[in-house]
Write a protein that binds this ligand. Structure first.
Ligand code: DAH
Length: 348
């Protein structure tokens, strides 16, 4: 047994001297010190010897074990040290460029709008994109079969399918919301008056698609309710916001417009920022660009929101964020926003 150990010690030391790389070293470690390693086996065998033999041999074996462990440790340090040298890193070499994404132009405009409105004391809210027929139309003074429904055709969800997924017996008339206006009602019901809010969000229309129309786009809704709110409040807030976003003093033009949820209602134009109102191809030589719909909140809408129209009045507006971004950056096709075309997106 003693000779066996001596022989093994020599074999191990010889091998360790020759070892050059970490893989070979690891193999040696397993071969000799591993659970089924040669040295481990011999050491295990000692427990089967007589007490007398164990006394002398045990001590000797232990010394060899300690010694060899030490040599393994030192060899490891040397090998790992040389590995470090082999993989020398030249920190002066140019690095690998990591491609960075950035915020979508629509989101950039939305963020700017949110900053402008919060600076004027408005809160930012959102609402569901899959909306009930009630909030999207009914509560906004657009009853079923009213011709105004034709202005905003949408994607209707099969009510039986909705029933199954909700597990309710009630018939659910769900639509992809056509505008952000339903959040007006949700907010009035939740917070009451007075109220100052904007709602940025994605909306959907069943639409013939062209350079100016898409089936999925973004709007920003605004609502302000208090005592004695008038059109003067509406125009001053809109002027402040549009001048802020277009980075120049803008002029507004109000034309009568029909939206069932406001009375009176307006289409609001901004002086063309490209020709400053003189007339150019962008504004079709008119000098004005149609920007948003707005008006004073209809009493029926206030009532649907649980607010007393005798005490409170309010203004509301709805603006296409895509259109604003197109105007701000001179983009001529709305379809580019959802195209995922990096050549387009990288410009912003
Ligand atoms: N919801 C309208 C649309 O999508 C836009 C709009 C018009 C919103 C007038 C308003 C408003 O709040 O007062 O066409």
């Amino acid at each position: 047994m003693k000779e066996k150990l001596e022989k093994l010690k020599k074999e191990i030391l010889d091998n360790l001297e020759k070892v050059k790389n970490p893989d070979a070293f690891r193999n040696l470690e397993v071969k000799y010190l591993g659970r089924k390693g040669k040295l481990t086996k011999i050491l295990k065998g000692i427990s089967g010897l007589s007490v007398e033999e164990k006394k002398t041999l045990g001590k000797f074996a232990n010394e060899i074990k300690v010694e060899l462990r030490d040599v393994f440790k030192k060899t490891k340090e040397i090998i790992e040290g040389s590995v470090g040298r082999e993989y020398f890193v030249d920190v002066t070499l140019p690095g690998k460029k990591i491609k960075k994404g950035h915020i979508h132009p629509i989101t950039q405009v939305q963020n700017e709008l949110e900053d402008l409105f919060t600076s004027m004391g408005f809160i930012i809210l959102d609402g569901p994109e899959l909306e009930s027929d009630y909030y999207n139309f009914e509560a906004l003074n657009i009853p079923a079969h009213h011709p105004a429904r034709d202005m905003q055709d949408t994607f209707y969800i099969d009510p039986s399918y909705a029933k199954a997924s909700e597990g309710k017996q009630k018939k659910l008339d769900l639509v992809m919301r056509t505008h952000t206006s339903p959040v007006q009602i949700r907010a009035m019901q939740k917070y009451g008056a007075p109220l100052k809010l904007v709602v940025p969000g994605r909306v959907f229309r069943s639409e013939d698609i062209d350079a100016n129309h898409d089936h999925t786009f973004y709007q920003l809704e605004g609502l302000m309710i208090d005592e004695n709110i008038s059109i003067a409040n509406l125009t001053s807030v809109l002027k402040e916001m549009l001048s802020g976003i277009l980075k120049q003093e803008v002029k507004l033009r109000l034309r009568p417009g029909y939206f069932p949820f406001v009375e009176p209602g307006f289409e609001i134009d901004v002086n063309c920022t490209i020709c400053t109102g003189k007339g150019c191809p962008s504004c079709k030589n008119g000098g004005w660009l149609e920007m948003l719909g707005a008006g004073l909140v209809h009493p029926n809408v206030l009532k649907a929101g649980g607010i007393d129209p005798k005490k409170y009045s309010g203004f509301a507006f709805g603006m296409g964020v895509n259109r604003l971004a197109m105007m701000k950056y001179g983009i001529d096709d709305i379809r580019l926003f959802n195209s995922g075309d990096l050549r387009f997106l990288k410009q912003f």
